[in-house]
Write a protein that binds this ligand. Structure first.
Ligand SMILES: [Zn+2]
Length: 320
């Protein structure tokens, strides 16, 4: 698997990742951008684990092209579209094996294309860095507020206190605290005692402002970590640390048409009307209100007008 890969090569080097997945019909592959400039913090930026989360991939591709060795004060590794078999086909999951990449870590060297890409990340890239930044977005189905969450361990080079400061350095309003899942990239990093931060924000419609927020957050965080020279003024944190669990979700009780009655990021009271469900069948126009199951902030909303029974309409996070 890429035996010539030298992640310590000085300056900026580009490596083709296509061979890891093998020959796949109509797929070109993605590149790993590796930038080294002296001793300093090292970071891996991973995008596109879910192939249809394109904001992350655009932002990371722009950074890989723009950042030079002179900008870097340590090591920066960037893979804009690690799940390129999915993203090149406009899909969330790889159409070649149907697997959810963020449930396939740590992967298998001799596994499916998705498992091989995961194994490459955990075996070759994790050992080369002090921090993983895994950049996601809402994808085709949901719109999500810009937010970050992260994990450190007693043995990771970045400890909990530093991780908290790094998450606040994004300049986002929302910092989430969650239990990890072992089979995600961040979960696998935690098991390898590598600190990680997952980034969320945006949805399926690729808005300019969301791309700018995502890029600015990453630039501020990389500078706060000391991996690049500052490119933007730091923003003092004035946001909210919160937790979000299944109790904050509101789901469609039956197939219906959703009218959101609050905006993404709004603070809501328990029992407040957050959505109105209109009938999806002819013959009646009477709508039903959906009430907030708990107080907090609206973090996600479905992008779809039509929701099936049990489908997520939105979710609420509680300040800590
Ligand atoms: Zn994702």
């Amino acid at each position: 698997m890429l035996p010539e890969l030298d992640l310590a090569a000085p300056g900026k080097t580009i490596h083709d990742l296509g061979p890891i997945a093998g020959a796949l019909d109509g797929v070109k592959g993605d590149s790993l951008c590796c930038i080294n400039n002296g001793e300093g913090p090292s970071v891996l930026l991973l995008g596109g684990i879910h192939g249809d989360e394109y904001e992350a991939q655009i932002v990371l591709r722009r950074l890989a092209e723009r950042l030079t060795a002179a900008d870097v004060t340590g090591r920066v590794l960037i893979v804009p579209s690690i799940n390129f078999p999915a993203s090149e086909k406009g899909k969330r999951l790889s159409p070649f094996d149907g697997q959810n990449m963020n449930r396939c870590f740590p992967g298998k060297i001799d596994g499916t294309p998705t498992e091989r890409l995961c194994a490459f990340v955990t075996q070759h890239l994790f050992p080369a860095v002090d921090l993983l930044i895994d950049v996601h977005a809402g994808g085709s189905d949901v719109l999500v507020v810009p937010m970050v969450f992260g994990f450190a361990t007693g043995k990771s080079k970045v400890d909990d206190a530093r991780l908290r400061l790094l998450m606040e350095a994004w300049g986002y309003r929302f910092v989430q605290h969650v239990d990890g899942i072992d089979e995600t990239a961040c979960g696998a990093a935690k098991l390898a005692d590598l600190a990680s931060i997952e980034v969320e924000g945006g949805g399926g419609r690729m808005k300019t402002a969301e791309l700018e927020i995502m890029e600015a957050g990453i630039l501020r965080a990389l500078a706060a970590f000391g991996a690049i020279k500052p490119q933007l003024a730091p923003l003092p944190f004035s946001g909210v640390h919160f937790s979000a669990g299944p109790e904050g979700q509101y789901l469609a009780p039956y197939p219906a048409l959703v009218e959101h009655r609050v905006a993404l990021g709004d603070e809501v009271a328990k029992g407040q009307i957050v959505a109105r469900l209109h009938p999806a069948v002819a013959g009646t126009a009477s709508a039903e209100d959906i009430l907030a199951p708990m107080p907090g902030y609206v973090l996600r909303q479905t992008e779809h007008a039509f929701v099936a029974k049990g489908q997520l309409i939105g979710n609420i996070g509680t300040p800590l």
